[in-house]
Each structure stands twice: as structure tokens, then as C-alpha cells.
Design a binder for this molecule. Structure first.
Ligand SMILES: NC(=O)c1ccc[n+]([C@@H]2O[C@H](COP(=O)([O-])OP(=O)(O)OC[C@H]3O[C@@H](n4cnc5c(N)ncnc54)[C@H](OP(=O)(O)O)[C@@H]3O)[C@@H](O)[C@H]2O)c1
Ligand SMILES: *[C@@H]1O[C@H](CO)[C@@H](O)[C@H](O)[C@H]1NC(C)=O
Length: 328
């Protein structure tokens, strides 16, 4: 016994510097990790009797957002294109939240017909809609087209949601105070709306298209807020952070997220649950009750890029989007 204690003391003395470095490094990494986790939604707001619809809720940020809102007692509609994945997510959410009021409806945002069918289903079969969360999205896919011939990222991330929101807006008004939450991205900052070549047919670059679609999200949020003044329908858009989801599926194998060798790197990015916090904050936080049209990150207000605050571009995008989806 004595022998071990002495050996331990000798070890500590011999390695004093190394051990100090190890402890300090460990503590710093933990502190860094907590900081990377970003903002947390601290609101305890309940949603009993309220209805929420979330697009792309079968995985990633959308699924974690749905779980949190189900825990608050809401009726939660998962609007997803893959019904098998959606039902698995619904089962998981019911089980984890203890809330059985979680339903799946089919929505493929790459088809305007599918958007119209879903909206019709909601208008006929639901009593109310308190929170709409436009979360679904895809990033940097190849040069693909939607059913209606739109460039895929602009079509799904912006146009599909633009039509969906407009078709549900009367129900949101009827249920006011209500909220529209739009999941954008920091990627909007380098974006531009290419009015001269909206599908980027001349020079398709996946990242340019993604940035355009995410800038469109912020501009839509802003213009919708102006149009909804006085109706009790508020709008919010946000950057969720850099989050470990399947979003990168078109650029790298997202199964990498499960590789233990990447642990140090993975520490630097958010889990889906952490990534859902700002969406949840915008959907429920009481402090935002009288605020509309603004942009958030880490559960706090953030100033978006100048291009995202240009009202003339926002109006022009609205007019273009309306005509593209056949709303005028
Ligand atoms: N992860 C990040 O670091 C990050 C950063 C900034 C912004 N965002 C934004 O966060 C949002 C959620 O992304 P995520 O990270 O959670 O990615 P994700 O794990 O890939 O989830 C995206 C969701 O969107 C759905 N979706 C894709 N195309 C669709 C379509 N045509 N119709 C209906 N649903 C469709 C997907 O359905 P399937 O499973 O069937 O494909 C999936 O449910 C996106 O708007 C993204 O731009 C994410
Ligand atoms: C929002 O406005 C209403 C009506 O003016 C007021 O009663 C309420 O306290 C305000 N809420 C917040 C969080 O500012």
C-alpha cells in the first residue's frame, strides 16, 4: 500500500507540469464546449390547446424542435416528404414527450401540388394553427429541379415555404396571436438574389444557390412581417448555429458524425438539440410577443447582412415568388 502511495507521489512530482497542462486543457475544453453549445431557450411557456406545424421534422433540427414543443403540450404536425421516416420520428416524439397528439402529414416542398394538398388538408381538418415553423431545407445539392422546374434549393428552401405560408395565413390570423418561424442561416450573409437568372441556369454553383435561398428566407420574413402588421401574426427568422445533422448529405457522408476519431472536431459544433434552441425560442418565448420581422441567433437578436434588410429587394422577391407559385 505504502509503495503505491509513494509511487503516486513520485509520479505527480515528476509530471507536475504535464498534469497541470492536462487539467487546464480539460477545463478549457469543457468551457469551450459549453460556449459552442450556444444559447438555450429558458422559456417555460406551455402550448396546451395550441397547434404547431413543422416542415422537415423527421430528422435534425426539426425533429428536436418538434419534441420540445410536444413536451409543452402542443398538438404537433410533422409535415414531411418521407412518411416512413416521419412515422418513426412521430413514435419517438410521442414516447419521449408522453404527448400522443403528434401527427404526420405528407409534404414535398419540391412540388407545388404537394404544398397545396397539405394546406388543403390542414384547412379542412385542423381547428387552428398557432405556430408554423418553416424548417425543412437542403444544402448544396447538384443542379436539380423541382417538379415545377424551379432550381431545387430556391424551390424547396424558399418557394415551397412561401406558398405554404400564404395558403395557411388566414388560419394563422384566425388563431392570433400566432407565429411564423423561418429557419434561415448565417449563409445568407454572402447571398444575393439573382433576379436576372433566378435558377442560376447560366452558372450553377451549389453554394451560391444555398446562400440565395437562405437570403430569400430572411427577406420573406421581413416582408411578411410588414404585410401582417396589426393581424397578430408575427414572424421570426434565425440562424440555428453549425449543427450536426444530415444537412451536409450532398457534400460529405454525414455518417462521419458517428466517427470517434472526429471527437475533437465534433465538440466544436452543436448537437441537433442545441441547434433547435433558437427555433424554440422564436416559437414560444414570451419576450418576443410584440416583436416581428427580425433575425435571431443563439436565442438572441442579431443584425442580418445589409442585403437582408433591403426592403425594395424584399418586395421584388415577394412579387417574383408570388408569380412563380401562381398566387397572383
Ligand atoms: N445543420 C446546420 O448546421 C444548419 C446551419 C444553418 C442552417 N440550417 C438550416 O436548418 C434547417 C434544418 O436543417 P437540418 O440541419 O436539420 O438538416 P437535415 O437533418 O438534413 O434535415 C432537413 C429536413 O428537411 C427535409 N426536406 C428536405 N427536402 C425536402 C422536401 N423537398 N420536402 C419536404 N422536406 C424536405 C428533410 O427530409 P428528408 O429526411 O426526407 O430528406 C429533413 O427532414 C434547414 O433549413 C437548414 O438550411 C442548418
Ligand atoms: C405586448 O403588448 C401587450 C399589449 O400592448 C402588453 O400587454 C404586453 O405586456 C406586451 N408584452 C411584452 C412581452 O412586451
Amino acid at each position: 500500500m505504502q509503495h503505491y502511495v509513494e509511487a503516486a507521489r513520485d509520479f505527480v512530482e515528476a509530471h507536475a507540469i504535464g498534469l497541470t497542462v492536462a487539467v487546464v486543457t480539460g477545463a478549457s475544453l469543457l468551457a469551450l464546449r459549453r460556449w459552442m453549445a450556444g444559447g438555450v431557450c429558458r422559456s417555460k411557456a406551455r402550448l396546451d390547446g395550441k397547434t404547431v406545424l413543422i416542415t422537415g421534422a423527421n430528422t435534425g433540427i426539426g425533429k428536436e424542435t418538434a419534441l420540445d414543443l410536444a413536451r409543452r403540450g402542443a398538438r404537433v404536425i410533422l409535415a414531411c416528404r418521407d412518411l416512413t421516416k416521419a412515422h418513426m420520428a412521430a413514435n419517438y416524439i410521442r414516447q419521449q414527450s408522453g404527448n400522443s397528439n403528434v401527427v404526420v402529414k405528407r409534404l414535398d416542398l419540391a412540388s407545388l401540388q404537394s404544398v397545396r394538398d397539405l394546406a388543403k388538408d390542414v384547412l379542412i381538418n385542423e381547428d387552428r394553427l398557432d405556430i408554423l415553423i418553416n424548417n425543412a431545407g437542403l444544402m448544396m445539392c447538384p443542379k436539380w429541379k423541382t417538379d415545377d422546374g424551379f432550381e431545387m434549393q430556391f424551390g424547396v428552401n424558399h418557394l415551397g415555404h412561401f406558398l405554404l405560408t400564404n395558403l395557411l395565413i388566414d388560419m394563422l390570423k384566425k388563431s392570433a396571436p400566432s407565429r411564423v418561424v423561418i429557419v434561415s442561416s448565417l449563409a445568407h450573409e454572402k447571398g444575393r438574389i439573382h433576379f436576372e437568372d433566378i435558377h442560376l441556369d447560366l452558372d450553377y454553383q451549389p453554394v451560391v444557390s444555398y446562400r440565395q435561398s437562405k437570403l430569400a428566407n430572411v427577406l420573406f420574413c421581413r416582408e411578411l412581417a410588414i404585410r401582417m402588421k396589426g393581424t397578430g401574426v408575427n414572424t421570426y427568422c434565425l440562424h440555428p448555429g453549425v449543427v450536426r445533422t444530415e444537412l451536409g448529405r450532398h457534400t460529405f457522408p454525414t455518417s462521419l458524425w458517428k466517427n470517434p476519431l472526429l471527437c475533437p472536431f465534433l465538440m466544436m459544433i452543436k448537437s441537433p438539440r442545441e441547434g433547435a434552441q433558437t427555433s424554440i425560442f422564436c416559437a414560444v418565448d414570451e419576450s418576443l410577443a410584440n416583436v416581428t420581422g427580425l433575425y435571431y441567433s443563439d436565442c438572441a437578436l442579431k443584425t442580418p447582412a445589409p442585403a437582408a434588410m433591403d426592403d425594395s429587394v424584399a418586395k421584388r422577391l415577394w412579387a417574383l415568388s408570388s408569380s412563380m407559385v401562381g398566387l397572383v
